[in-house]
Unconditional design. Structure first.
Length: 254
């Protein structure tokens, strides 16, 4: 670095990284093989569970304990999502921002498209059993978490059942979180227009604004995406993985 040169911002560094990744992908004759710079860092399962509950902040209390097989699921999830378009994860209960790992693919415009329906993941009977138990209860936060986990597993019908139960028991202060979750389940099921409509009704909170930014980004409406991501970032703590992901997507939209 040149002496006395200004220190680049996080957004500038992100833009440089994505540009370099795109260049490496395009140059098939290069002797340099690109790799994921975050591959050596694996957040703990507990940290990912805390991130997966951040969409509840300001609406309701968090479900404290991670469900059975959560650690095994996030390990499987991080490995299998490197090559599928569903990496464009919405900001919702039961999901976490670290699902985005393939930065080289993200740098290609063809990757920024509406996601296909998430396929069903086999196994994880303990995790599904936890979700089934949640469906027999009335705790809104646990039902919302179960709906997100089930959607990530590809159990879309069961995820919708959990969300409907959460809506039944939700108080007025929890309605926005429920509506944001409804849009997120529609997104993971491949219904992007229903997702947009639900998020538009969820209010001016960070999860809904992030998700609207994600929708606009996939539609090529970059100005609207930047505006939505800026609104989301304003309400997110610096330590949040969702905050970092918001900045990444805002840089892409810029």
């Amino acid at each position: 670095m040149t002496p006395n040169a200004p220190v680049p911002t996080l957004d500038e560094l992100t833009a440089r990284f994505l540009a370099a990744a795109a260049s490496s992908e395009a140059d098939e004759t290069s002797e340099v093989e690109p790799y994921e710079v975050i591959g050596g860092f694996q957040p703990s399962a507990g940290e990912l569970w805390r991130e997966s509950r951040q969409a509840l902040h300001g609406f309701t209390k968090d479900p404290a304990a991670a469900p059975p097989e959560w650690a095994a699921f996030v390990t499987h999830d991080s490995q299998s999502l490197n090559h599928v378009p569903s990496t464009l994860t919405p900001f919702a209960v039961g999901l976490f921002p670290q699902r985005l790992r393939n930065f080289a693919a993200l740098s290609q415009n063809t990757f920024l498209r509406s996601p296909a329906c998430v396929d069903k993941t086999p196994g994880f009977t303990g995790l599904r059993g936890w979700a089934g138990k949640a469906l027999r209860g009335t705790d809104v936060t646990t039902l919302l978490a179960a709906s997100g986990v089930l959607a990530a597993l590809g159990d879309h019908t069961e995820a919708q059942t959990a969300l409907n139960a959460a809506e039944t028991f939700a108080n007025p202060d929890q309605r926005a979180a429920v509506m944001n979750q409804r849009g997120s389940l529609a997104w993971l099921a491949g219904d992007t227009e229903a997702a947009r409509d639900a998020w538009a009704l969820a209010g001016a909170n960070a999860p809904a604004q992030f998700n609207l930014g994600l929708y606009h980004l996939t539609q090529g409406a970059n100005a609207a995406a930047v505006e939505a991501f800026a609104a989301a970032e304003a309400s997110l703590p610096e330590s949040s993985g969702w905050c970092h992901l918001t900045r990444l997507f805002a840089t892409l939209a810029s």
